[in-house]
Ligand binder design. Structure first.
Ligand code: HEC
Ligand code: HEC
Ligand code: HEC
Ligand code: HEC
Ligand code: HEC
Ligand code: HEC
Length: 253
């Protein structure tokens, strides 16, 4: 036991070795980061799985639109999307109605039902050329893109005048693990409410009291809890330590 503690201390002193403690998810190629194949019912009903890309949609709509107003779950396969619901203007059909975006007509079925996780790659290459860069994930710095007005995604499909409550508090969270002083992390409400509704995070993911969230540890973040609910595979990825931990120094990330 003492040996293990000693080893951990040595690794911490070296600093570069945090990444060996945890299993980080494998990163897909940038054009596929945040892409998911929806296949709860498609193949059973004789269709190829439907492709959904976050990068396609987030240039025009914030997370809030889909994950608050339109009630999509933040877990692939959890939402019961059916063709009937789509045709009634719910889920994908809230926009894919031939008015806001291409509709549910015969010639469009395979724009969605193509089973291709890399669908739209050329469009992705074009988009990433004109937006600011970051080293990981889809390699697009979305925070900067929205701050600089290079994209202006809508916060609502129902209310053109919608504005978030102006809550801008920055939290500096001390690690529960006292050995890891350099792991202090920073959370800015200001940058998050440009994309999200308060209710996307409170009260389900985070307690609404600073340090009120129990078991707030990296281990659980890597199980897609807490910050990992979004940063595991859609927002800037968990591998990229520095934006969250300004003091951590690692070799790789
Ligand atoms: C904008 C994207 C989109 C378009 C266009 C689209 N679908 Fe779908 N469709 C979906 C999604 C998403 C699901 C749910 C996928 C899942 O979880 O398996 C779905 C589910 C289905 C299902 C299985 C569920 C059910 O309701 O039986 C069928 C069948 C289906 N679509 C047929 C079609 C046909 C036929 C067309 C063309 C006329 C079409 N879809 C066009 C997105 C689309
Ligand atoms: C145009 C609609 C739309 C927008 C905008 C959108 N999402 Fe999603 N998101 C979806 C759909 C659809 C799914 C799959 C839901 C399902 O299958 O139940 C999904 C799934 C997810 C998942 C689960 C991924 C997994 O591994 O299962 C996460 C996390 C997520 N979204 C986060 C975000 C974040 C963060 C944003 C804003 C940057 C965002 N989404 C913007 C529609 C959207
Ligand atoms: C809030 C509005 C909105 C919702 C909800 C939405 N989309 Fe879209 N989607 C768009 C817009 C706008 C575009 C760009 C349309 C265009 O280029 O004609 C788009 C483009 C796409 C494309 C790219 C097609 C291409 O050939 O470039 C796919 C695939 C797609 N959506 C699938 C889906 C699926 C599947 C769902 C539901 C799970 C969904 N979308 C939900 C608005 C939405
Ligand atoms: C999306 C934000 C985010 C990213 C990215 C992230 N972390 Fe964390 N991490 C946190 C939060 C929040 C905590 C809990 C509060 C704290 O300790 O600061 C935490 C905790 C920690 C701790 C304290 C010990 C523990 O288990 O809680 C260490 C060490 C740590 N992270 C290392 C890393 C390393 C190394 C990386 C990159 C490979 C990384 N983190 C990426 C948000 C993040
Ligand atoms: C992306 C997730 C996220 C969103 C969106 C979000 N919050 Fe928070 N909020 C947090 C986290 C993380 C904490 C700290 C929890 C902890 O330390 O246990 C927090 C803490 C708080 C606190 C307590 C601060 C303190 O000093 O004790 C308040 C109040 C709060 N949030 C209000 C809001 C409001 C109002 C909105 C919408 C305008 C909002 N939050 C949106 C993640 C979020
Ligand atoms: C509900 C989804 C969600 C949750 C939960 C979440 N984030 Fe984010 N975060 C985002 C989105 C969306 C962005 C915009 C940038 C992007 O998508 O890459 C972002 C951007 C950031 C950035 C870069 C912008 C900035 O503020 O410097 C940091 C750092 C960050 N998040 C830290 C955290 C930490 C720490 C937590 C947990 C306490 C957390 N996030 C929880 C969605 C989320």
């Amino acid at each position: 036991m003492r040996g293990v503690v000693l080893l951990i201390c040595v690794l911490l002193l070296v600093g570069a070795s945090y990444e060996t403690f945890w299993n980080f998810p494998e990163l897909p190629p940038p054009s596929q980061y945040g892409n998911f194949l929806l296949n709860r019912t498609s193949e059973k009903a004789g269709q190829k799985p439907a492709i959904f890309s976050h990068w396609v949609h987030r240039t025009r709509y914030t997370c809030r639109v889909c994950h608050f107003e339109l009630d999509f779950a933040m877990k692939t396969g959890d939402t019961e999307i059916t063709e009937e619901a789509n045709l009634n203007g719910e889920y994908c059909g809230a926009c894919h109605n031939g008015d806001i975006a291409f509709g549910h007509t015969e010639d469009n079925c395979d724009k969605c039902h193509n089973g291709n996780i890399d669908y739209g790659r050329e469009k992705f290459e074009e988009l990433s050329k004109r937006l600011p860069k970051t080293p990981f994930g889809d390699k697009i710095n979305w925070s900067r893109a929205i701050r600089k007005g290079l994209i202006s995604p809508k916060q609502s499909v129902f209310d053109d005048n919608y504005e978030s409550i102006p809550f801008k508090k920055t939290l500096v969270l001390q690690p529960e693990w006292s050995m890891a002083d350099d792991a202090v992390s920073v959370f800015r409400h200001k940058t998050h409410i440009r994309w999200l509704d308060c209710a996307d995070c409170h009260p389900d993911i985070f307690n609404i009291k600073e340090k009120g969230t129990k078991h707030f540890r990296m281990k659980y973040i890597l199980e897609r809890k807490f910050c990992g609910a979004c940063h595991y595979n859609v927002a800037l990825p968990v591998q990229f330590c520095r934006p969250c931990h300004p003091k951590i120094k690692t070799k790789k990330y």
